[in-house]
Ligand binder design. Structure first.
Ligand code: ATP
Ligand code: MG
Length: 352
């Protein structure tokens, strides 16, 4: 079996209950480094709870959360899992940047003061260094001229951009946004989304709860649909490698193809074997996100543009993802072309 890169954030079997109500019902989701995953769903579907469980602002009732492969909430001691202390949790939370609907800036501090406060007092960075980085971050969010201005004199959009700079100042491994634009006047939404889009383009790992479907379309690697505490669909995004999962009864139909990278506009590259590897890795991520794995695949169809030339190499890469003797039923077909420079498409039917 080929080895996967380690997800930046991984949720396994996450359950959170409030009283008798199950706000999250067994969520499995892996977010790879550099991905921007948008989470959409109706009010009360568990979006905020999911984000809050990632850094244990809510303690999950069951399941586990991993940040770059390290379990959140527990440490190993004498071979046992022991709950993290508040101090350990606080340190861990510094690795996750959060931007909420309401900016929660400190009113008695300037824009720069808000940005440098935690780097200096929580992380112990030297003041001069924190100021230099704070100024750079304010420039990045387009607020150089607001450096010494207090929040009361900033617009909602400007406050939210300070909040983003403040989150970035902690150099987080992952950024979580919870409806960061939904409290803003409509004319201010664009400036905040533009900053978020830049961050996505830079390859930051982001999980974004949003109703802004245009942002999801333009910036997301994948869109996760949440309903009633469950992931009901993981939808495609036109990134270099994307997959589309549709549930039908007990089966999941997953399309693994390559497309144009919206961040660079680049066409698909690589030979058929490399493309197959990219598709298979992406399919694994999508299946894991849907709570299943390649072991549950019942049927595969592989499409090849250069059937005769590419079949052996593609087959070898494909087969390396399955246990010997456990190959699902498969058909391989030649096609005259696939979109955008793709040489391979792999579709799966999965029992779940
Ligand atoms: N602290 C809490 N105590 C009790 N119930 C809660 C708590 N937090 C959330 N819930 C419940 O859990 C469910 C999921 O809430 P959550 O806030 O995660 O939804 P959401 O998808 O973010 O909704 P919205 O779009 O309105 O922000 C809801 O039924 C909510 O009432
Ligand atoms: Mg919410």
């Amino acid at each position: 079996m080929a080895t996967d890169p380690v997800p930046a954030v991984e949720l396994r079997g996450l359950v959170k209950q409030f009283g008798g109500h199950e706000a999250l019902a067994s969520i499995d989701l892996a977010v790879m480094p550099g991905e921007t995953v948008c989470i959409v769903g109706p009010s009360g579907s568990g979006k905020s709870t999911l984000l809050r469980c990632i850094n244990w602002l809510e303690r999950p009732d069951r399941g586990s959360v991993f940040l770059h492969g390290v379990r959140v909430g527990y440490c190993r001691s004498d071979g046992r899992n022991v709950l993290m202390s508040d101090r350990e949790l606080a340190m861990l939370r510094t690795r996750v940047g959060m931007v909420f609907q309401h900016f929660n800036l400190w009113p008695h501090m300037t824009a720069l003061g808000n940005v440098i406060e935690s780097p200096i007092h929580v992380l112990g960075r030297p003041r001069g260094e924190a100021i230099a980085e704070g100024e750079r971050l304010l420039a990045k969010v387009g607020l150089t001229d607001k450096r010494d201005v207090y929040p009361a004199f900033l617009s909602g959009g400007q406050m939210q951009r300070v909040a983003i700079a403040r989150a970035l100042a902690m150099r987080p491994e992952v950024l979580l946004f919870d409806e960061a634009t939904s409290a803003l006047d409509p004319e201010l939404v664009g400036e905040v989304l533009a900053v978020m889009k830049d961050l996505a383009r830079e390859g930051r790992t982001m999980i974004v709860v949003t109703h802004e479907m245009k942002f999801a379309r333009e910036a997301a690697s994948r869109v996760v649909f949440l309903d009633n505490g469950r992931i009901v669909e993981i939808a495609p995004a036109p990134t270099a490698a994307y997959s589309h999962a549709v549930r039908a009864g007990d089966f999941l139909f997953v399309t693994g193809q390559l497309g144009v990278d919206p961040k660079t506009g680049a066409l698909v590259t690589g030979n058929a074997a490399e493309q197959t590897r990219q598709i298979m890795q992406n399919l694994q991520t999508v299946l894991r996100g849907a709570g299943t794995s390649l072991e549950a695949v019942v049927m595969v169809r592989i499409y090849l543009v250069n059937f005769a030339a590419d079949y052996p190499a593609v087959n070898a890469v494909y087969a390396s993802y399955f246990k010997p003797g456990r190959f699902p039923a498969r058909t391989t077909v030649g096609v005259t072309n696939l979109a955008l420079g793709s040489l391979v498409e792999i579709d799966l039917i999965v029992r779940c």
